[in-house]
Design a protein around this ligand. Structure first.
Ligand SMILES: C[S@@+](CC[C@H](N)C(=O)[O-])C[C@H]1O[C@@H](n2cnc3c(N)ncnc32)[C@H](O)[C@@H]1O
Length: 226
């Protein structure tokens, strides 16, 4: 979608750590944390899932959004010299100009794989990019009806809009399906600390814990598949 009226993304927002996010015109909230978009990506998703220490992470993300979590993961894996396998779902892609502007000067933005993402955005579905030890696949569809891998992800980034605005990706049924995509020992992490999300993750068989949140948030959830 490129027509301004039908674009899911609106104004670009500068956040306190110097990184950017954008407002979602459909959901009426920001794609990333207004208290630090890059800080949230690093703390909640990369570190919260243990991906920053994993020798060969396989990440499943709901939804890809502006690619902030992907770039944070890409940059960290590139610094450590470990391969990365990343599978994401996104049913309402933002315009490529928004991805480019949000990324500008940020971590991972100068990585050749990110440049290939921008070059391929809006092309065939799925978008696949391979190179420099990275394998990225983005399916442009609804995760609720997607065929998910089984027992695969070492990390699952659950990053829909808030449970209040985007409730369909936080239901016990969807969380149950997502849980079975996680490999034994793998970790689901999300910025939410909502009690009903915690209970649904536990009902899906995950061992749920809370850890201190990123800037502006007391805590967030982290759940392990034993
Ligand atoms: C909070 S934003 C994600 C931000 C993103 N992780 C990033 O790093 O920039 C939530 C994203 O989930 C997507 N989304 C919401 N419901 C979805 C669904 N059912 N299937 C696929 N994507 C969905 C939205 O379109 C939006 O791009």
């Amino acid at each position: 979608m490129t027509d301004a009226d039908s674009s899911p993304a609106g104004a670009i927002l500068l956040t306190p750590d110097g990184s950017r996010t954008a407002l979602s015109t459909r959901y009426g909230e920001a794609y990333g944390s207004r208290n630090g978009a890059a800080a949230q990506a690093r703390h909640v998703f990369v570190e919260g899932s243990g991906t920053h220490e994993h020798p060969g992470p396989r990440v499943l993300e709901v939804g890809f959004g502006l690619g902030v979590n992907f770039r944070a993961t890409l940059a960290r894996c590139a610094r450590r010299g470990v391969p990365l396998d990343y599978l994401a779902y996104e049913f309402d892609p933002a315009p490529v100009d928004v991805l480019r502007e949000v990324a500008g000067g940020g971590e991972g933005a100068d990585h050749p794989v990110w440049e290939d993402v921008l070059a391929g955005w809006g092309g065939p579905d799925p978008l696949t990019v391979r190179g420099s030890g990275v394998s990225l696949t983005i399916w442009f569809g609804d995760v609720r009806t997607a065929q998910l891998p089984q027992d695969w992800a070492t990390a699952l980034y659950l990053d829909g809009f808030s449970p209040a605005r985007n409730p369909e990706v936080w239901t016990p049924e969807v969380l149950g399906r997502l849980a079975s995509a996680i490999a034994p020992g793998g970790v689901l992490t999300t910025y939410s600390a909502a009690g009903h999300v915690r209970r649904a993750l536990a009902a899906a068989g995950l061992e749920v814990g809370r850890r201190p949140g990123p800037p502006g948030k007391r805590e967030h959830l982290r759940a392990v598949r034993r």
